[in-house]
Design a binder for this molecule. Structure first.
Ligand code: SF4
Length: 294
């Protein structure tokens, strides 16, 4: 029985490694000589990313280095020793940072509002500074396929934007590059791997933030689709890389896609006297949600 479980975990690990490798070949997330700062929250995804990147490092024909970084934000009961012990036992080069952003966030967030917006901005700033201090050339975050899809749906439904999460992104200052090596990996595979390998999972509710109900709704929607047909999440993900700008309503993109023509080839509905497509849009939320949470 144990052999069967180990065999299944090995299969899952091989599948995840193939996906990481394919994405890396296509998008050049990790390049020769990189020093990758791997952000470790203590959740299943970040542990999976760290172990998978080490396995990937051993297979690659070129060299890159890694340093695991955990940020203790002062959340009550945050078990930093659990994280440290695992990193030490497993022989990972690591760096632990402690900044009590929890107190700042609580002081500056109005009663009844979610902490995530300020919390994630502070965390991002600290991670960027740490990357600079450590001389890291890339910052790896553990977002997976479902995170990308949920973010896309959140922006589509609540923010009136077609926008997901890129697998490689330069920071606004141009100083840092964020990569998401797990962006094409299914969350279920990462969960199964974490269970099988016994990663020491840190609970994700220590910050005391209100549950993100909208994100939960999007997650439930994707699960519902998946129950109907297990291929649907992959199809949705494929759609993000299979865009027909000429058949969307972004004037600038559509014009470029149509080779400079604009008015003549507009869809019939847009040629009528009806108001432009964006008129009357109520932006329920104007900023994307995923980058505002863990
Ligand atoms: S869910 Fe994440 S981003 Fe939101 S408050 Fe908690 S730790 Fe911060």
């Amino acid at each position: 029985m144990e052999d069967a479980q180990a065999g299944s975990a090995d299969r899952i690990e091989r599948r995840l490694l193939r996906q990481i490798s394919r994405l890396n070949k296509q998008r050049g997330l990790i390049e020769p000589g990189d020093k990758v700062m791997v952000a470790i929250s203590g959740g299943k995804d970040s542990w999976g990313m760290l172990h998978l990147l080490r396995a990937y490092q051993r297979k690659l024909p070129f060299e890159f280095s890694m340093v695991a970084v955990n940020l203790d934000q002062g959340h009550p009961g945050f078990p930093v020793s659990t994280i440290r012990d695992h990193l030490v036992q497993q022989g990972f080069e690591h760096h632990l940072v402690t900044v009590d952003t929890h107190r700042v966030v609580k002081e500056h967030t109005p009663e009844g509002k979610a902490f995530c917006s300020l919390c994630s901005r502070l965390r991002r700033g600290i991670l960027y500074r740490t990357a600079t201090d450590l001389g890291a050339t890339k910052i790896a975050l553990g977002h997976h396929r479902e995170d990308v899809l949920e973010t896309f749906l959140l922006n589509f439904v609540y923010a009136g934007q077609l926008k997901a999460m890129p697998c490689k992104l330069r920071s606004d200052s141009g100083e840092h590059t964020v990569i998401r090596p797990l962006a094409t990996c299914a969350e279920a595979d990462l969960a199964a791997l974490a269970t099988a390998r016994g990663y020491p999972i840190v609970p994700c509710d220590l910050c005391g933030s209100q549950e993100n109900l909208r994100r939960k709704k999007m997650k439930a929607l994707i699960s519902e689709f998946e129950l109907e047909d297990s291929r649907i999440p992959s199809n949705m993900f494929a759609a993000l890389g299979n865009i027909k700008p000429s058949h969307l309503w972004d004037e600038e993109l559509g014009t470029v896609a149509r080779g400079g023509e604009s008015a003549d080839v507009e869809p019939r509905a847009a040629r009528s006297s009806s108001p432009p497509a964006h008129a009357g849009l109520v932006r329920l939320r104007t900023t994307p949600a995923r980058d505002e949470s863990c």
